[in-house]
Design a protein around this ligand. Structure first.
Ligand code: NAD
Length: 382
């Protein structure tokens, strides 16, 4: 087809990228997608194996920092859109190894911007600014963490000053600034979305919600940082994917859009709600209990869930520089593009837990080896 749009989606073997890939392939018939992913510990082909069977989807294993690979891909596929998810994404890991975060998140983004510039620039205007191919766009997937931390009141808007605290958020902020520098210096067509915490299927179990689910199913303690009072604004991953799809295709050129769920919860509330929901689901549907590693029987001869309660919670030494509260004001994307968070948290968390109960094979496949070592080290001294 001549009007077929071609996407480069980086990092689509990870959590949000994979959900986005599934969403756009199902939603748009007139697109094809090239996935570029280095398959780090966080990326897994099992997550997208069905998608890459699709004849409109191609997988390339590679690093976004690789210049000649990026040029080759642009030459081969003539991308219309680039959506950059690829990143090192875990704050705790950034505290242990900042350099990798700077390399991937900053230099990787800049490498992609440069490849796009080499491919998309058509000439110069009278002032010396580059002129660009029509209808192309570079979209950067960013985070609310670039704004730093809030007190008990207020929300992050797109005008909130950037004030990141962790090596992760500092690297994401730098990437955003490089993207806007290319917009301002070269008039490159770009957009950025800054989203709050996501949850949903395919979330790697080092992050709070999937970690809590995994540990409950394995009968392990549930580590909670500090006193558990840190507040995050949780958004169901599909709602984030819808927001990115709208911004890439209809967002105003050069703009930044905040994306959030208006769903603030303390970490401790999230943990208690997850415990409660697992108990409820396993009471309503006892067959789910089969996935529990602990197979003690209760008085009725069923696998016991009596021990699934708040006593599993263990408070551990707080994360260094832990931001207290994030909360997004998504008014701009709602007013301009009609986006709003469609999935209520109470529904999203149930969908997510049921997904994990039904997809233990996936959890096992992504958490072998490397993850185990990391997890042991992480909590050893806390
Ligand atoms: P993730 O860690 O689950 O996935 C990252 C993916 O990027 C993996 O598939 C990994 O293999 C790949 N990758 C890492 N380094 C690479 C490299 N050098 N070259 C190519 N591929 C590489 O992350 P996620 O949670 O899906 O987050 C995706 C993006 O969304 C990130 O940019 C993150 O900053 C942003 N974000 C995440 C959240 C959240 O709640 N998870 C919220 C807002 C924004």
């Amino acid at each position: 087809q001549t009007n077929m749009k071609t996407y480069l989606v980086t990092g689509a073997a990870g959590f949000i990228g994979a959900n986005y890939l599934k969403y756009i392939l199902a939603k748009h018939d007139d697109i094809r997608v090239v996935v570029l992913d280095a398959l780090t510990y966080a990326g897994n082909l099992a997550t997208i194996s069905k998608d890459i069977d699709n004849e409109r989807c191609y997988f390339v294993k590679g690093n976004i920092c690789d210049r000649s690979l990026a040029d080759q891909l642009f030459a081969d596929y003539k991308f219309d859109y680039i959506v950059n998810f690829a990143a090192e994404s875990h704050v705790d890991r950034s505290i242990d190894n900042p350099q990798l975060f700077l390399q991937t998140n900053i230099l990787g983004t800049q490498n992609l911007l440069d490849a796009a510039r080499r491919a998309w620039v058509t000439g110069k205007d009278e002032f010396g600014y580059p002129t660009w191919r029509k209808d192309v766009r570079f979209h950067q997937v960013s985070t609310d963490e670039v704004y730093g931390s809030l007190g008990p009141e207020g929300y992050f808007t797109e005008e909130t000053p950037l004030c990141p605290h962790s090596p992760y958020s500092a690297s994401k902020t730098s990437a955003d600034l490089i993207v806007t520098a290319y917009r301002d210096t070269y008039k490159m067509p770009v957009t950025i979305t800054r989203c709050s915490n996501n949850y949903g299927p395919y979330h790697f179990p080092e992050k709070l919600i999937p970690l809590i689910i995994k540990n409950i199913l394995e009968g392990k303690r549930l580590p909670v940082y500090g006193n558990g009072s840190n507040v995050r604004d949780w958004l169901y991953v599909e709602d984030h994917c819808k927001a990115i799809d709208l911004v890439v295709r209809k967002g105003r050129n050069g703009e930044i859009y905040n994306v959030g769920g208006h769903n603030e919860k303390q970490n401790i509330e999230i943990v208690k709600l997850t415990i409660e929901t697992i108990r409820r689901l396993m009471t309503e549907e006892p067959a789910y209990r089969k996935v529990l590693k602990k197979k003690e029987l209760d008085a009725n001869g069923n696998i016991s869930i009596d021990w699934i309660n708040d006593s599993l919670i263990t408070f551990v030494k707080d994360r260094l520089g832990h931001d207290q509260r994030y909360a997004i004001d998504p008014t701009k994307i709602t007013n301009e593009l009609g986006w709003y968070p469609e999935t209520k948290f109470e529904d999203g968390i149930v969908k997510t837990i049921i997904w994990y109960l039904n997809n233990q094979e996936w959890v096992n496949s992504v958490t072998s080896g490397d993850y185990q070592n990391y997890y042991e080290n992480m909590y050893k001294n806390r």
